[in-house]
Design a protein around this ligand. Structure first.
Ligand SMILES: Nc1nc2c(ncn2[C@@H]2O[C@H](COP(=O)(O)OP(=O)(O)OP(=O)(O)O)[C@@H](O)[C@H]2O)c(=O)[nH]1
Length: 412
């Protein structure tokens, strides 16, 4: 924006043609005036001083020579000065052209070797590209010419889904309004149909016509995203079963409880424990036990809705979070799961398939607890009640087996 004022001044100076003409006119006027004064007064002086006609003629001739010599010297000095100025100007222009070419070369090398793509685009519904660097092909699979001015495809069409598109528009709009740079991540579909994740940083700039354009760079961050997903997976999943780990299950439970409170809806928690699992380990070995753990885990996960969450709380103990489910439905779900587990054999990795049963405790918000701790305690106690009743059964929270209260409390 600051350069606009300077540009205007420069343009005014360049378009002002009166300057040089006026100066040249002044120089000619001064020359004519001095010449006239010289001719008139020098003639009179010479005539006053020399009365002899021959001498007068000789002096007139020398006076003419003197005039020509002096004006020649002045002309020489003036043109020499001007030629020096012109040469300096030409040298300056040459240096500037060279510097400009050097900068252009550096810029194009930089742009072509960027890990992503540099761009200038319109802030319109298509994100119409006015310029893209050579990195365009590496990033999107499209040649720059295919993308520029929406020749074959618009950049908006490359954004993977409408939600991401909306998010991008919103973020850019906010940044442009606040005259700030924007930094966004979103999925992009390449020409070969492969989805990648990109990070874009840019800002709004005003062009000579006052239109807001966007300039920035877009980088492929798919590797970083994959690593982030992997790290998130490691942080939230149990490596043996692939179910949520204890920490993530606790977080999800808090989240669901908060939602249940806010919308005044019930939610259920199933506490699942394998029966006599130690015998599998003791009989077939730890690896076989792992195999059964995986098989039953998958069965638990397959037996619930997509909105439900199954987590491994530790050892052979699992929790199932069932949003928007009341006492009756939760009991039915627990029974159905118990039936499925006991109704099939679970393969060992190195031996025959074995039967397995589970004991399930059920607690429902708000009936059996108002927060995560009391709900977990109620479900856990109900599960131990199921163990006491001979295992392979489901017990609702109110039917508490007091023998196990202390065990639960010790677990926190
Ligand atoms: N293979 C395998 N075993 C595990 C794992 N985690 C815990 N266990 C075993 O699970 C068994 C749990 O035994 P207990 O707490 O006595 O329970 P149980 O044998 O199922 O008996 P009840 O719960 O009373 O029916 C122990 O033998 C643990 O070693 C695991 O990741 N893999």
């Amino acid at each position: 924006m600051a350069s606009t004022g300077v540009d205007k001044q420069r343009n005014r100076r360049l378009s002002d043609h009166r300057g040089p003409a006026r100066r040249a006119l002044w120089a000619a006027a001064i020359y004519i005036a001095v010449g006239l004064v010289w001719i008139v007064f020098s003639d009179r002086l010479v005539e006053a001083w020399f009365s002899d006609a021959d001498t007068l003629s000789l002096v007139q001739t020398w006076k003419g020579f003197l005039f020509v010599m002096v004006t020649g010297a002045v002309l020489f000095a003036a043109t020499l000065r001007q030629f020096h100025k012109d040469r300096k100007l030409l040298a300056l222009q040459y240096d500037q052209r060279q510097a400009l070419r050097r900068r252009e070369r550096q810029l194009s090398v930089l742009m072509d070797n960027l890990p992503g793509m540099a761009y200038r685009c319109r802030f319109d519904e298509h994100w119409t590209m006015l310029f893209v660097s050579q990195g365009c092909e590496r990033l999107t699979g499209y040649l720059p010419g295919e993308l520029v001015r929406n020749h074959k495809v618009t950049f908006a069409e490359l954004i993977a889904d409408p939600q991401s598109s909306e998010k991008v528009v919103e973020e850019v709009r906010k940044a442009v309004e606040n005259r700030e740079p924007f930094s966004i991540e979103y999925p992009l579909i390449r020409k070969d149909g492969r989805q990648i994740w990109v990070w874009e940083r840019g800002r709004g700039v005003e062009d000579d016509d006052g239109e807001i354009l966007l300039e920035g760079i877009i980088l492929d961050i798919s590797d970083r995203k994959a690593l982030e997903d992997e790290l998130e997976e490691l942080a939230t999943r149990d490596p043996l079963t692939g179910l949520y780990n204890r920490r993530e299950s606790s977080r999800l439970l808090e989240e669901e409880l908060e939602r249940a409170r806010r919308y005044n809806r019930p939610m259920a928690l199933l506490w699942v424990d394998f029966d006599h699992f130690k015998e599998i380990n003791d009989t077939y070995g730890h690896a076989a036990g792992d195999s059964v753990l995986r098989s039953v885990s998958k069965l638990l996960d397959d037996s619930v809705r997509s909105v439900d969450s199954v987590g491994r709380f530790g050892g052979e103990e699992f929790v199932i979070i069932l949003p928007e489910m009341g006492v009756h439905e939760a009991h039915e779900t627990a029974e159905r799961i118990r039936h499925r587990v006991s109704g099939q054999l679970h393969p060992l990795n190195n031996g025959p398939a074995v039967p397995m049963t589970i004991s399930v405790g059920v607690a429902v918000y708000p009936d059996h607890g108002s927060d995560a701790a009391t709900l977990c305690a109620a479900a856990d106690r109900a599960m131990y009640a199921a163990k006491s009743r001979g295992r392979n059964c489901v017990v609702m929270a109110p039917e508490v087996d007091g023998d196990h209260n202390d065990r639960k409390d010790a677990r926190g």
